[in-house]
Design a protein around this ligand. Structure first.
Ligand SMILES: [Zn+2]
Length: 131
C-alpha cells in the first residue's frame, strides 16, 4: 500500500472529476488519446472488495463517462476495461480504463495470449453452481 501510486502518487491537478468513491484522471500511458482512468479512493485490490455503494457509484460513473464521450466525440464506441487481483499492475489499486475506440484502431491486434487449459464445461458448471 505504501508503494501504491494511486494512494500516494496522484497529484490533485491530475484529477478532473470525483464522485463519492472514485477519482477520474487521464491515463499517464494512454493507449489512445482520451484514455481515462477511474480510480478507487480506497485501496481496493479487487472488484470483490468493493462495497455495494462503491459498485453503484462506479457503474453510474462509467455510464456517464461513456455517454458524454460518445455524445460529444466521433468515436465508434468505448472499451471499459478492468483488471482484477493479481493481474492488476503492481503498485496500483482498483481502477477501470475508459478507452475511446475507432473503426480498425487495432485495439486487439497485439493481444495473442498464451493459452491455458480452462475447461469451458467445468467453468460454466462452477459459475452456475456458485452464482
Ligand atoms: Zn492504493
Amino acid at each position: 500500500m505504501r508503494e501504491c501510486i494511486f494512494c500516494f502518487g496522484l497529484k490533485e491537478n491530475q484529477i478532473f472529476l470525483e464522485t463519492d468513491f472514485f477519482k477520474v484522471l487521464l491515463d499517464k500511458y494512454p493507449v489512445q488519446n482520451g484514455h481515462i482512468l477511474i480510480v478507487a479512493k480506497e485501496h481496493r485490490m479487487s472488484l470483490k472488495e468493493l462495497t455495494d455503494a462503491e459498485l453503484v457509484d462506479l457503474i453510474y460513473l462509467e455510464k456517464r463517462l461513456v455517454t458524454i464521450i460518445e455524445n460529444h466525440f466521433e468515436v465508434l464506441g468505448i472499451t471499459v476495461l478492468q483488471n482484477d487481483a493479481g493481474v492488476m499492475q503492481q503498485g496500483t489499486h482498483f481502477h477501470v480504463h475508459i478507452v475511446p475506440r475507432y473503426q480498425n484502431d487495432g485495439f486487439y491486434d497485439n493481444q495473442v495470449l498464451e493459452q491455458h487449459e480452462l475447461l469451458t464445461d467445468n467453468l460454466i458448471q462452477i459459475i452456475t453452481e456458485h452464482y
